[in-house]
Design a protein around this ligand. Structure first.
Ligand code: GDP
Length: 343
């Protein structure tokens, strides 16, 4: 029977050979570990998924030794039954033929029963490699996988490839792409963010997973790395501040005293909403950046245009409406996933 963990949360499984970089990836992405410190990681370190307050549900599996498809006791369903994406990490700085063979074997074994699982290959540790060499390796790996699969009758198997490193934002970019494919109502979320950018004249808006700083959705204007980095850095600032001053949940009487009548009325009169306090504006040189908590996992971050301060009441009101819309969409997602889980 499916466990309760997956309800409403996209579940990812990270696999690959020992020392390929799995623990490093999960520590950097989910525990804010500085990349240099991964040098001293125990290879066996595991992500504590229970403790993870992320929009995603995340598991890490090591090779070799854990998966034996020929062992009759191997419970495939327990491993693959609920996952949305299988992320396979290949160390690009090492000999990778064995990794590819194992990946091929895994795909061939799970494809018939779990054809809905997205296979995402992270060609990892590409930081030390030249542009040309990176592309050569990617071409070689893609070729070897597609050849093997088509030999077994799988033409054009849906496998995606990403060049990643924990020393830059490529690992976060790759996760964003992986996670976006698992969100059922992504176009609706994107449309809401587009509306928001138009009505508030924002340059860019992201819906971020707070813990990992992976963006779950963004408006349709192109993602540029500097703006993405600014937004994700600001989440760090807010998380640090909120670790000091506390995030949710606050005691009910405290909230009432601070935000109940008559204060809420006053706030509503001024801004059209009662949650102005969780909308924070910071400045990057001249452009204000707006953060608004959406739910326990997600935060809306937008880069505003210069001199948008005078429009703040209108901006706050629009943000409020969009946050409500986002929550509705996410609620539908949750219900839908719940139903599917129950089948
Ligand atoms: P695991 O056994 O798959 O969990 O691998 P680890 O996370 O323990 O990583 C093995 C080694 O690879 C560590 O020394 C990491 O510092 C290193 N590593 C991980 N990711 C990267 C990367 O993106 N670039 C480089 N150059 N080294 C990395």
């Amino acid at each position: 029977a499916p466990g309760p963990a997956a309800k409403g949360k996209p579940r990812l499984l990270l696999m690959g050979q020992r020392r390929s970089g799995k623990s490093s990836i999960s520590s950097v992405v989910f525990n804010k570990m500085p990349p240099n410190e991964t040098l001293f990681l125990e290879s066996t370190a595991r992500v504590q998924k229970e403790a993870m307050r992320s929009f995603m549900d995340f598991q890490v599996w090591d090779f070799p030794g854990q998966l034996d498809f020929f062992d009759p006791n191997f419970d495939q369903d327990a491993v693959f039954g609920e996952i949305g994406a299988l992320i396979w990490v290949i160390d690009a700085q090492d000999e990778y033929l064995d990794a590819i063979n194992r990946l091929n074997m895994t795909i061939l074994n799970i494809q018939p029963a779990y054809s809905n699982i997205n296979i995402e290959v992270f060609i990892h540790k590409v930081d030390g490699l030249s542009e040309d060499y990176k592309l050569d390796i990617q071409r070689d790996i893609m070729q070897r996988i597609q050849d093997e699969l088509s030999d077994h009758g799988f033409e054009n198997a849906p496998i995606n490839f990403h060049l990643t490193s924990i020393y830059n934002h490529s690992i976060f970019e790759a996760f964003s792409k992986v996670i976006q494919k698992l969100i059922p109502h992504l176009p609706t979320l994107e449309a809401l963010l587009n509306d928001l950018c138009r009505s508030c004249r924002f340059e860019k808006a992201y819906l971020f997973d707070i813990v990992s700083k992976i963006y779950v959705a963004t408006d349709s204007s192109p993602v540029d790395m500097p703006s993405y980095e600014i937004c994700s850095d600001y989440i760090d600032v807010i998380v640090d501040v909120s670790e000091i001053f506390g995030w949710a949940p606050r005691p009910e009487d405290y909230v009432k005293a601070l935000e109940g009548p008559p204060w809420n009325k006053k706030l509503e009169d001024q801004t059209g909403c009662g949650a102005a306090e969780s909308c924070i504006v910071l400045t990057d040189q001249k452009r204000p950046i707006m953060l608004r908590e959406v739910n326990t996992y997600l935060v809306l971050v937008a880069i505003m245009k210069e001199g948008s301060y005078e429009k703040m009441p209108l901006v706050t009101m629009n943000v409020e409406t969009v946050v409500k819309g986002l929550l509705e969409v996410l609620e539908i997602t949750k219900q839908r996933n719940g139903v599917e889980d129950g089948r």
